[in-house]
Design a protein around this ligand. Structure first.
Ligand code: AMP
Length: 318
């Protein structure tokens, strides 16, 4: 059985974009692969946030992954599997500052800041460790992570050449064009868990909040019988609403006004989120169960990754 790995960083509240673009495909993958899904809490430390905020985000995300139906996978917290941090250090000893300095994400995230954490510079190496520890054959990545995946392959190859064959080089695959949900207030940018709240629907937003956010969604000034149509470049806001409606099982066919479109989108999104929120409430009332699921997951991760870490250590002479 093939192995699949995905990590989600608790850097904010999971959004409708995360559900349609990540959690849903992750749930579907459980039918055909041995899935490892992690909460990359170490990656969340690359930017400052208070311990209370981080703890809250981790608990919420852990519960949401279960509520989203990922209980057929090995669920774990990255910080509870020490092999991640340890292999990251070993890989830092084969990475160079030059190649890390060329990472576009680092350049973008550190721009206009006087000082950034050293971990923001090295996190692509931690990401390489996250992946290589599990020896997945294929890693599906979106465009924004492609450079990091190439770095992962470069590091694995350099390690193998220098110290001996330890790592399997993961194949980079481009997932089929999935849902890409845009921000409701600024439809030219992706809906993001760390972006402004107004244009972003959080998975735990109650129905009245969803209604208000959709009602305020940016459209355009076109009127007439053909105003409700998809045209990504000319009508980004309306296109986004039509796509969200379709992804939530509805259809814009026969809808002619933006008001009616927004009502349909609200109803579809609320219907999509309701069962998830109900499961979330039940799970949140039983935190011990959630903790146990993740503890079992971490245990399996420690077993699976131990031989890889041991081989890397030994190859380097430790
Ligand atoms: P991020 O929230 O950017 O850390 O991404 C976590 C996962 O959710 C990745 O698989 C992303 O591709 C997916 N994702 C995040 N935002 C969106 C969005 N607005 N539309 C579709 N997928 C998204």
């Amino acid at each position: 059985m093939s192995r699949r790995l995905s990590l989600l960083t608790p850097s904010g509240r999971l959004t409708l974009g995360n559900l349609l673009g990540a959690l849903r495909p992750m749930r579907a993958a459980q039918a055909e692969a041995d899935c490892f899904y992690g909460i990359s809490d170490l990656h969340a430390l690359t930017t400052p946030r208070s311990p209370e905020t981080l703890r809250g985000a981790i608990t919420e995300q852990a519960t949401l992954l279960l509520a989203a139906g990922l209980d057929g996978s090995t669920l774990f917290r990255q910080s509870r599997v020490p092999a991640h941090a340890e292999l990251a250090y070993l890989l830092e000893c084969v990475a160079t500052t030059g190649e890390l300095g060329r990472m576009i994400q680092f350049k973008e995230k550190s721009r206009r800041q006087d000082s950034v954490r050293a971990s923001l510079f090295t996190y692509p190496v931690l990401m390489a460790a996250d992946i290589l520890l599990y020896r997945p054959t294929q890693v599906p990545v979106g465009d924004d992570q492609r450079q990091h995946l190439e770095l992962t392959r470069d590091l694995a190859l350099r390690f193998n050449t220098t110290y001996g064959e330890v790592f399997t080089l993961p194949e980079i695959t481009v997932p089929p064009a999935g849902a890409r949900v845009m921000d409701l207030a600024e439809p030219d940018r992706k809906m993001s868990k760390s972006g402004p709240d107004g244009g972003s629907i959080a998975l735990l937003d109650p129905p009245d909040v969803v209604r208000r956010k959709v009602a305020r969604a940016v459209t355009d000034s076109e009127t007439g019988p053909d105003a409700v149509r998809a045209a990504r470049a000319a009508k980004p806001g309306v296109t986004n609403l039509i796509e969200i409606l379709a992804a939530c099982g509805g259809s814009a066919d026969g809808i002619t006004t933006y008001g009616a479109l927004k009502t349909a989108v609200t109803d579809a999104v609320v219907a999509e989120l309701e069962p998830l929120q109900e499961r979330y409430r039940a799970l949140a009332a039983d935190p011990v169960h959630v903790t146990e699921v993740y503890a079992r997951g971490a245990e399996r991760c420690r077993e699976v990754t131990a031989p890889v870490l041991a081989a890397a250590r030994s190859a380097m002479g430790l």
